[in-house]
Design a protein around this ligand. Structure first.
Ligand SMILES: *Cc1c(COP(=O)(O)O)cnc(C)c1O
Length: 401
């Protein structure tokens, strides 16, 4: 690019929904990134659990380029081969009978919540519309999903909001069983709460939710936007838990960096959406579906095993750092979705620590003011992990001094 762009241009021309880092990345390969100045970073964030196979993955580039020469978009008056392949693959490898394809996690959840309401209406009549969700959960930024999410600060200013949504404490089965009734329509839950601080659900909690949903004819929705597509060491986290939802939403890692979302469900729910009842212009376009197909083809048993090995490696390394610096209170998560809650003495310093880490050349995330979050590419080389944690240690030292 001949013209030079700077971080200042962000403040000048972009609506300030975000507060991006002072540097601007321009290139990535695998789990490394370079900025405008040529500075190198190890990427332990993976674009917030999106770049599941790293940056500039050779196979993804080839698949995308091949499809780019054939067909980009055709519209909903026609179907296309890549999306049919995607549907077949997801159906064959999960609990689902059918899928709906969209462009993001919020859209997948929006579709899921709408489907649950319509399913309840058609099967049980009016007066069964209550959505049960959990405190601190995150489901996206559309008005419906942000209201269902458990962080009121994200929805308060946008009223009037959709109604009949109840928030209960996460991992508290008793609270749900005390509250749920025949008027409840759906429960939506993240098997591992991501944005809210990386809290895995207890097994008994998900099993209990399944039983309560069966008992009260309530649709169980698993939001696997962050936990899906190999992130936990299984294709989807529900497979780790052995508890099947009625609807599952997927996005983030599904496109490996290309925008795509999907809602997976069983036949009884699928038939509630008929032509005209729900839709999307871009959803299921051949470009996005081609990339997702290629991502899924690379999520092999070997790759999933590698996710678990990397988890073990990271936990061990964190424990070594803990012995030296006593900086953490708890390590949570599964596979390559790892949260590190900082010790009381380091309270509210997560953001400061990742800023220092970026200065040292390693990118990580936070999940709330006290939690560091690591969501690297599922295939991050061990040598990059090694170097990344050396740089992270330098940041810890600086914060400590
Ligand atoms: C990121 C995320 C979403 C929202 O996905 P978008 O693609 O940003 O709309 C929804 N649910 C969970 C659990 C997420 O982590």
């Amino acid at each position: 690019m001949s013209e030079k762009y700077t971080r200042t241009d962000f403040d000048k021309y972009m609506i300030p929904c975000f507060y991006p880092a002072p540097f601007i990345p321009i290139k990535g390969k695998g789990s490394q990134i370079w900025d405008q100045e040529g500075k190198n970073y190890i990427d332990l964030a993976g674009g917030i659990a999106v770049n599941s196979l790293g940056h500039a993955n050779t196979q993804l580039i080839e698949a995308l380029q091949k499809q780019a020469n054939k067909l980009w978009h055709i519209g909903n008056g026609y179907t296309n081969e890549p999306v049919l392949k995607l549907a077949k693959t997801l159906v064959k490898s999960t609990f689902a009978d059918k899928i709906f394809v969209c462009n993001s996690g919020a859209e997948a959840n929006e579709a899921a919540l709408k489907l649950a309401r319509k399913y309840a209406l058609e099967n049980y009549g009016h007066n069964k519309s209550e959505i049960i969700a959990f405190n601190k959960s995150f489901h996206g930024r559309t008005l419906f999903t942000v209201t269902v999410g458990g962080q009121p600060k994200y929805s308060n200013d946008y009223g009037p909001l959709p109604i009949n949504i109840t928030h209960l404490p996460y991992n508290n089965l008793e609270a749900v069983s005390n509250h749920i009734s025949e008027q409840s329509c759906a429960i939506i839950v993240e098997p591992i709460m991501g944005e809210g601080g990386v809290y895995p659900a207890n097994n008994y909690f998900l099993i209990g939710l399944r039983e309560l949903c069966n008992q009260y004819n309530v649709t169980l929705i698993f939001d696997e936007v962050q936990t899906g597509v190999g992130r936990t060491g299984s294709l989807y986290a529900y497979q780790e838990y052995g508890v099947e939802p009625d609807i599952l939403t997927s996005a983030k890692g599904l496109g490996g960096g290309f925008p795509i979302g999907a809602m997976l469900t069983k036949e009884a729910w699928a038939q509630v959406f008929q032509p005209g009842t729900h839709g999307t212009t871009f959803g299921g376009n051949p470009m996005a579906a081609t990339v997702a197909n290629n991502v899924l083809s690379q999520i092999t048993q070997e790759l999933l095993l590698g996710v678990k090995k990397r988890n073990t490696w990271i936990i061990k390394r964190l424990n070594e750092l803990q012995e030296k610096y006593n900086f953490l209170k708890e390590i949570r998560g599964m596979g390559l979705l790892i949260g590190v809650e900082l010790a009381i003495s380091w309270k509210n310093q997560a953001k400061k620590l990742i800023n220092l880490a970026a200065e040292e050349g390693v990118i990580a995330l936070i999940a709330g003011p006290n939690v560091l979050r690591f969501t690297p590419a599922l295939n991050i080389p061990f040598s990059d992990l090694q170097e990344g944690f050396i740089r992270l240690e330098r940041a810890i030292l600086r914060l400590n001094s």
